[in-house]
Design a protein around this ligand. Structure first.
Ligand SMILES: [Fe+2]
Length: 147
């Protein structure tokens, strides 16, 4: 396993934590498939799943931050688009054969992106969110949409 879930990644916001756990799972799945030398088609599908789910997560997160008038909303959104761009570029390099999936660059990205996203970016907004309210009001609605 490349990255293991730890309670230090818990934001306390149920829907966000559940999406983060899924992102850990998808990241590990991609890494394992690369290490196992899975076929191009399999890697292509898993990589695409990771990108799709990351975009979905970022858009849900941005909705929550808007609801709570997060003061650093713009910066956070910019961080999301930079990360999505980096992920897409790696994917294109992989698809065009410019970058082997088993390269150090891919491994380093997979190892750091979600941890960096949670610890250096998401933890900053947690104090602006009313956790009890968000759980009762929005979790079911968001979970319905994501699962
Ligand atoms: Fe997040």
């Amino acid at each position: 396993m490349l990255i293991e879930w730890d309670e230090k990644y818990d934001t306390g916001i149920k829907v966000i934590d559940s999406q983060h756990r899924r992102l850990f799972m998808l990241t590990n799945q991609l890494h394992e498939s690369i290490m196992d030398g899975k076929s191009y088609d399999t890697l292509d599908k898993i990589f695409q799943n990771l990108i799709d789910y990351t975009i979905k997560h970022f858009s849900d997160e941005e909705r929550l931050l808007l609801i709570y008038d997060y003061p650093q909303y713009k910066e956070h959104k910019k961080g999301h688009s930079d990360l999505t761009k980096e992920m897409r570029e790696l994917f294109i390099q992989f698809k065009t054969g410019a970058l082997p999936a088993a390269s150090l660059k891919v491994k380093k990205f997979l190892l750091t992106w979600i941890i960096d996203h949670i610890l250096n970016s998401d933890m900053r907004y947690t104090k602006y969110i009313d956790i009890d309210e968000i759980d009762s009001k929005f979790t079911d609605m968001l979970l319905d949409r994501i699962i």
